[in-house]
Design a protein around this ligand. Structure first.
Ligand code: ES4
Ligand code: ZN
Length: 325
Protein backbone atom coordinates (compact mmCIF):
# COMPACT_ATOMS: atom_id res chain seq x y z
CA UNK A 1 0.00 0.00 0.00
CA UNK A 2 1.62 3.21 -1.23
CA UNK A 3 -0.14 5.64 1.15
CA UNK A 4 0.83 3.50 4.15
CA UNK A 5 4.39 3.34 2.91
CA UNK A 6 4.59 7.13 2.69
CA UNK A 7 3.30 7.40 6.27
CA UNK A 8 5.86 4.85 7.49
CA UNK A 9 8.66 6.84 5.87
CA UNK A 10 7.64 10.29 7.23
CA UNK A 11 10.17 12.22 9.30
CA UNK A 12 9.07 11.85 12.92
CA UNK A 13 9.37 13.82 16.16
CA UNK A 14 9.30 11.76 19.36
CA UNK A 15 8.94 13.30 22.84
CA UNK A 16 8.77 10.33 25.21
CA UNK A 17 11.43 7.66 25.52
CA UNK A 18 13.26 6.39 28.57
CA UNK A 19 16.95 6.32 27.73
CA UNK A 20 17.82 3.00 29.42
CA UNK A 21 14.51 1.58 28.22
CA UNK A 22 15.67 2.09 24.66
CA UNK A 23 18.57 -0.35 25.18
CA UNK A 24 18.26 -3.31 22.82
CA UNK A 25 18.37 -6.60 24.77
CA UNK A 26 21.53 -7.60 22.81
CA UNK A 27 23.24 -4.45 24.08
CA UNK A 28 22.44 -5.29 27.71
CA UNK A 29 23.30 -8.99 27.23
CA UNK A 30 26.72 -8.18 25.72
CA UNK A 31 27.53 -5.80 28.53
CA UNK A 32 26.42 -8.35 31.16
CA UNK A 33 28.68 -10.97 29.60
CA UNK A 34 31.62 -8.54 29.55
CA UNK A 35 31.03 -7.75 33.22
CA UNK A 36 30.36 -11.41 34.16
CA UNK A 37 26.90 -10.59 35.50
CA UNK A 38 24.24 -13.29 35.19
CA UNK A 39 21.15 -11.66 33.71
CA UNK A 40 19.54 -14.84 32.38
CA UNK A 41 16.52 -14.21 34.65
CA UNK A 42 15.36 -11.14 32.73
CA UNK A 43 15.39 -12.60 29.21
CA UNK A 44 13.08 -15.00 27.39
CA UNK A 45 14.41 -17.89 25.32
CA UNK A 46 13.92 -15.74 22.20
CA UNK A 47 16.21 -13.10 23.68
CA UNK A 48 13.56 -10.46 24.47
CA UNK A 49 13.03 -8.90 27.90
CA UNK A 50 10.85 -11.02 30.20
CA UNK A 51 8.36 -9.54 32.67
CA UNK A 52 4.78 -10.14 33.80
CA UNK A 53 3.27 -6.69 34.30
CA UNK A 54 4.18 -3.01 34.74
CA UNK A 55 5.55 -3.27 38.27
CA UNK A 56 7.64 -6.30 37.30
CA UNK A 57 8.72 -4.39 34.17
CA UNK A 58 10.09 -1.63 36.42
CA UNK A 59 12.18 -4.13 38.37
CA UNK A 60 13.46 -5.88 35.21
CA UNK A 61 14.30 -2.41 33.88
CA UNK A 62 16.38 -1.69 36.97
CA UNK A 63 18.21 -5.03 36.70
CA UNK A 64 18.97 -4.45 33.00
CA UNK A 65 20.16 -0.92 33.79
CA UNK A 66 22.47 -2.20 36.55
CA UNK A 67 25.01 -3.43 33.96
CA UNK A 68 25.37 0.12 32.60
CA UNK A 69 28.22 1.36 34.78
CA UNK A 70 30.53 3.93 33.23
CA UNK A 71 29.90 7.17 31.34
CA UNK A 72 31.29 5.34 28.30
CA UNK A 73 28.55 2.68 28.64
CA UNK A 74 25.91 5.42 28.53
CA UNK A 75 27.63 7.07 25.56
CA UNK A 76 27.57 3.77 23.65
CA UNK A 77 23.92 3.29 24.60
CA UNK A 78 23.16 6.74 23.20
CA UNK A 79 24.69 5.76 19.85
CA UNK A 80 22.79 2.44 19.76
CA UNK A 81 19.52 4.20 20.66
CA UNK A 82 19.88 6.94 18.05
CA UNK A 83 20.88 4.46 15.32
CA UNK A 84 17.52 2.73 15.82
CA UNK A 85 15.71 6.08 15.97
CA UNK A 86 17.30 7.22 12.71
CA UNK A 87 16.39 3.90 11.03
CA UNK A 88 12.79 4.68 11.94
CA UNK A 89 12.85 8.15 10.44
CA UNK A 90 13.05 9.96 13.79
CA UNK A 91 14.58 13.41 13.25
CA UNK A 92 13.95 14.85 16.72
CA UNK A 93 13.87 12.97 20.00
CA UNK A 94 13.55 13.79 23.68
CA UNK A 95 14.65 11.22 26.19
CA UNK A 96 14.29 10.79 29.94
CA UNK A 97 17.67 10.60 31.65
CA UNK A 98 18.00 9.25 35.19
CA UNK A 99 20.78 10.61 37.43
CA UNK A 100 19.67 7.81 39.78
CA UNK A 101 21.30 5.33 37.36
CA UNK A 102 24.16 7.74 36.52
CA UNK A 103 26.02 8.26 39.76
CA UNK A 104 23.11 7.82 42.15
CA UNK A 105 22.18 11.50 42.36
CA UNK A 106 25.71 12.86 42.89
CA UNK A 107 26.03 16.06 40.84
CA UNK A 108 29.67 15.75 39.77
CA UNK A 109 29.27 12.11 38.74
CA UNK A 110 26.09 13.06 36.86
CA UNK A 111 28.02 15.72 34.91
CA UNK A 112 30.40 13.06 33.59
CA UNK A 113 27.58 10.79 32.44
CA UNK A 114 25.76 13.69 30.84
CA UNK A 115 28.93 14.74 29.02
CA UNK A 116 29.40 11.25 27.53
CA UNK A 117 25.74 11.11 26.43
CA UNK A 118 25.91 14.55 24.83
CA UNK A 119 29.12 13.79 22.93
CA UNK A 120 27.50 10.66 21.47
CA UNK A 121 24.36 12.66 20.62
CA UNK A 122 26.43 15.30 18.85
CA UNK A 123 28.09 12.63 16.69
CA UNK A 124 24.72 11.04 15.93
CA UNK A 125 23.29 14.40 14.88
CA UNK A 126 26.20 14.92 12.49
CA UNK A 127 26.24 11.34 11.13
CA UNK A 128 22.56 10.31 11.21
CA UNK A 129 20.55 13.53 11.19
CA UNK A 130 18.72 12.94 14.46
CA UNK A 131 18.62 15.70 17.10
CA UNK A 132 18.39 14.69 20.76
CA UNK A 133 17.45 16.70 23.85
CA UNK A 134 17.50 15.44 27.45
CA UNK A 135 14.87 15.56 30.18
CA UNK A 136 16.04 14.62 33.66
CA UNK A 137 13.55 12.29 35.28
CA UNK A 138 13.04 11.41 38.89
CA UNK A 139 11.57 8.04 39.77
CA UNK A 140 8.36 8.17 41.75
CA UNK A 141 8.83 4.93 43.67
CA UNK A 142 12.26 6.10 44.88
CA UNK A 143 10.44 8.79 46.88
CA UNK A 144 10.51 12.60 47.29
CA UNK A 145 13.95 12.85 48.97
CA UNK A 146 15.71 11.08 46.12
CA UNK A 147 13.65 13.22 43.70
CA UNK A 148 15.13 16.36 45.30
CA UNK A 149 18.65 15.06 44.67
CA UNK A 150 17.62 14.32 41.08
CA UNK A 151 16.16 17.81 40.66
CA UNK A 152 19.40 19.28 42.00
CA UNK A 153 21.32 17.37 39.30
CA UNK A 154 18.89 18.75 36.72
CA UNK A 155 19.09 22.32 38.02
CA UNK A 156 22.91 22.24 38.03
CA UNK A 157 23.12 21.06 34.41
CA UNK A 158 20.13 22.87 32.86
CA UNK A 159 20.98 24.47 29.51
CA UNK A 160 19.96 24.45 25.85
CA UNK A 161 20.42 20.65 25.69
CA UNK A 162 19.23 19.51 29.12
CA UNK A 163 15.92 21.29 28.84
CA UNK A 164 13.35 19.50 30.94
CA UNK A 165 12.48 17.78 34.19
CA UNK A 166 9.96 15.01 34.67
CA UNK A 167 8.84 12.06 36.73
CA UNK A 168 8.34 8.39 35.81
CA UNK A 169 8.07 5.24 37.85
CA UNK A 170 5.20 3.61 39.65
CA UNK A 171 2.14 5.85 39.42
CA UNK A 172 0.48 3.88 42.22
CA UNK A 173 3.15 4.96 44.75
CA UNK A 174 2.77 8.29 46.56
CA UNK A 175 1.15 11.42 45.12
CA UNK A 176 2.21 13.94 42.48
CA UNK A 177 2.08 16.67 45.13
CA UNK A 178 4.74 14.89 47.22
CA UNK A 179 7.21 15.92 44.52
CA UNK A 180 6.29 19.64 44.37
CA UNK A 181 9.62 20.70 45.90
CA UNK A 182 11.59 18.89 43.17
CA UNK A 183 9.40 20.30 40.40
CA UNK A 184 9.65 23.83 41.86
CA UNK A 185 13.44 23.57 41.99
CA UNK A 186 13.53 22.45 38.35
CA UNK A 187 11.16 25.22 37.23
CA UNK A 188 13.27 27.84 39.00
CA UNK A 189 16.30 26.56 37.07
CA UNK A 190 14.42 27.27 33.83
CA UNK A 191 13.53 23.68 33.04
CA UNK A 192 10.31 22.74 31.23
CA UNK A 193 8.11 20.23 33.05
CA UNK A 194 6.30 16.96 32.33
CA UNK A 195 5.15 14.06 34.48
CA UNK A 196 3.76 10.58 33.95
CA UNK A 197 0.09 10.62 34.89
CA UNK A 198 -3.11 8.99 33.72
CA UNK A 199 -1.58 5.68 32.60
CA UNK A 200 -2.28 3.51 35.67
CA UNK A 201 -4.51 5.94 37.54
CA UNK A 202 -7.48 7.95 36.34
CA UNK A 203 -8.63 11.58 35.99
CA UNK A 204 -7.85 12.63 39.59
CA UNK A 205 -4.19 11.73 39.03
CA UNK A 206 -4.14 13.90 35.90
CA UNK A 207 -5.64 16.80 37.88
CA UNK A 208 -2.89 16.36 40.52
CA UNK A 209 -0.30 16.44 37.73
CA UNK A 210 -1.71 19.70 36.32
CA UNK A 211 -1.51 21.20 39.82
CA UNK A 212 2.27 20.59 39.75
CA UNK A 213 2.43 23.08 36.88
CA UNK A 214 3.49 20.76 34.07
CA UNK A 215 2.90 21.71 30.44
CA UNK A 216 3.02 18.12 29.14
CA UNK A 217 1.84 14.77 30.46
CA UNK A 218 3.49 11.39 30.01
CA UNK A 219 0.57 9.30 28.69
CA UNK A 220 -2.35 11.24 30.21
CA UNK A 221 -4.69 9.00 28.24
CA UNK A 222 -7.00 8.07 31.11
CA UNK A 223 -8.10 11.72 31.25
CA UNK A 224 -10.41 10.47 28.49
CA UNK A 225 -12.62 8.98 31.25
CA UNK A 226 -13.72 12.50 32.28
CA UNK A 227 -15.16 14.80 29.58
CA UNK A 228 -14.68 17.96 31.69
CA UNK A 229 -11.01 17.11 32.14
CA UNK A 230 -10.59 16.46 28.41
CA UNK A 231 -12.04 19.91 27.77
CA UNK A 232 -9.65 21.42 30.31
CA UNK A 233 -6.65 19.77 28.64
CA UNK A 234 -7.76 21.12 25.26
CA UNK A 235 -8.27 24.62 26.69
CA UNK A 236 -4.95 24.70 28.53
CA UNK A 237 -3.14 23.34 25.48
CA UNK A 238 -1.50 20.60 27.56
CA UNK A 239 0.33 18.17 25.28
CA UNK A 240 -0.03 14.44 25.83
CA UNK A 241 2.98 12.22 25.18
CA UNK A 242 0.88 9.26 24.07
CA UNK A 243 2.55 5.86 23.72
CA UNK A 244 -0.14 3.65 22.15
CA UNK A 245 1.98 0.52 21.62
CA UNK A 246 3.20 0.67 25.23
CA UNK A 247 -0.37 1.03 26.51
CA UNK A 248 -1.59 -1.97 24.51
CA UNK A 249 1.45 -4.12 25.35
CA UNK A 250 1.04 -3.43 29.08
CA UNK A 251 -2.72 -3.94 28.97
CA UNK A 252 -3.92 -0.40 29.75
CA UNK A 253 -6.16 -1.02 26.71
CA UNK A 254 -6.99 -4.42 25.22
CA UNK A 255 -6.45 -3.39 21.61
CA UNK A 256 -5.36 -0.28 19.72
CA UNK A 257 -8.93 0.17 18.45
CA UNK A 258 -10.03 0.75 22.06
CA UNK A 259 -7.27 3.31 22.67
CA UNK A 260 -8.56 6.89 23.27
CA UNK A 261 -5.89 8.68 21.16
CA UNK A 262 -8.26 9.27 18.23
CA UNK A 263 -11.10 10.51 20.48
CA UNK A 264 -8.76 12.84 22.39
CA UNK A 265 -7.48 14.26 19.11
CA UNK A 266 -11.06 14.79 17.93
CA UNK A 267 -11.81 16.78 21.08
CA UNK A 268 -8.92 19.15 20.37
CA UNK A 269 -6.34 17.80 22.81
CA UNK A 270 -2.71 18.13 21.66
CA UNK A 271 -1.68 14.52 21.15
CA UNK A 272 1.71 13.24 20.05
CA UNK A 273 3.05 9.71 19.53
CA UNK A 274 6.06 8.05 21.15
CA UNK A 275 7.41 4.56 21.88
CA UNK A 276 8.22 4.84 25.65
CA UNK A 277 10.64 1.86 25.94
CA UNK A 278 10.76 0.46 22.39
CA UNK A 279 12.49 -2.94 22.81
CA UNK A 280 10.58 -3.69 26.02
CA UNK A 281 7.27 -3.11 24.24
CA UNK A 282 8.32 -4.59 20.90
CA UNK A 283 7.67 -1.35 19.08
CA UNK A 284 9.30 1.30 16.89
CA UNK A 285 8.07 4.69 15.68
CA UNK A 286 7.51 3.17 12.25
CA UNK A 287 5.28 0.46 13.76
CA UNK A 288 3.37 3.02 15.82
CA UNK A 289 2.61 5.06 12.69
CA UNK A 290 1.58 2.06 10.60
CA UNK A 291 -0.64 0.63 13.34
CA UNK A 292 -2.33 3.99 13.96
CA UNK A 293 -2.90 4.56 10.22
CA UNK A 294 -4.47 1.11 9.86
CA UNK A 295 -6.60 1.24 13.01
CA UNK A 296 -7.93 4.80 12.84
CA UNK A 297 -7.66 5.36 9.07
CA UNK A 298 -5.43 8.36 9.67
CA UNK A 299 -4.01 9.83 6.48
CA UNK A 300 -0.65 11.50 5.97
CA UNK A 301 -2.05 14.93 6.95
CA UNK A 302 -2.92 13.63 10.43
CA UNK A 303 0.66 12.46 10.98
CA UNK A 304 2.06 15.74 9.68
CA UNK A 305 -0.19 17.49 12.18
CA UNK A 306 0.97 15.15 14.97
CA UNK A 307 4.59 16.03 14.21
CA UNK A 308 3.82 19.77 14.19
CA UNK A 309 2.12 19.38 17.56
CA UNK A 310 5.17 17.53 18.87
CA UNK A 311 7.62 20.20 17.68
CA UNK A 312 5.41 22.98 19.09
CA UNK A 313 5.56 21.24 22.49
CA UNK A 314 9.23 20.24 22.22
CA UNK A 315 11.48 21.45 25.03
CA UNK A 316 14.10 22.85 22.63
CA UNK A 317 14.84 26.46 21.67
CA UNK A 318 13.06 28.06 18.73
CA UNK A 319 16.10 28.01 16.43
CA UNK A 320 16.29 24.20 16.85
CA UNK A 321 12.51 23.86 16.50
CA UNK A 322 12.49 25.74 13.20
CA UNK A 323 15.32 23.66 11.76
CA UNK A 324 13.47 20.37 12.35
CA UNK A 325 9.97 20.35 10.82
C1 ES4 B 1 9.17 4.38 33.75
CL1 ES4 B 1 10.96 4.97 35.67
C2 ES4 B 1 10.47 4.32 34.15
N1 ES4 B 1 11.38 3.78 33.34
C3 ES4 B 1 10.97 3.29 32.17
N2 ES4 B 1 9.75 3.32 31.71
C4 ES4 B 1 8.84 3.86 32.51
N3 ES4 B 1 7.53 4.05 32.35
C5 ES4 B 1 7.07 4.65 33.43
N4 ES4 B 1 8.07 4.88 34.32
ZN1 ZN C 1 7.18 6.56 30.05
Amino acid sequence: DEALDRIARLPKAELHTHFEGAAPPEFIRDLAKKRSVDLSGIFRRDGSYDYRDFVHFLSVYEVATSVLKTPEDFGRLCTAFLEKSAENGVVYSETFLSPDFCGGGDVSAWREYLHAIREAAKAAERDMGVTLRGIVTCIRHFGPDQAKRTARCAAETADDWLTGFGMGGDENKGKQGDFAYAFDMAREAGLRLTTHAGEWRGPSEVRDALALGVERLGHGVRASEDPALVEELAERGTTLEVCPGSNVFLGVYDTLSKHPIDALRDKGVNVTVSTDDPPFFHTTMRREYVNLARTFHWDEAVFTDLNRTAMAAAFCDDATREKIL
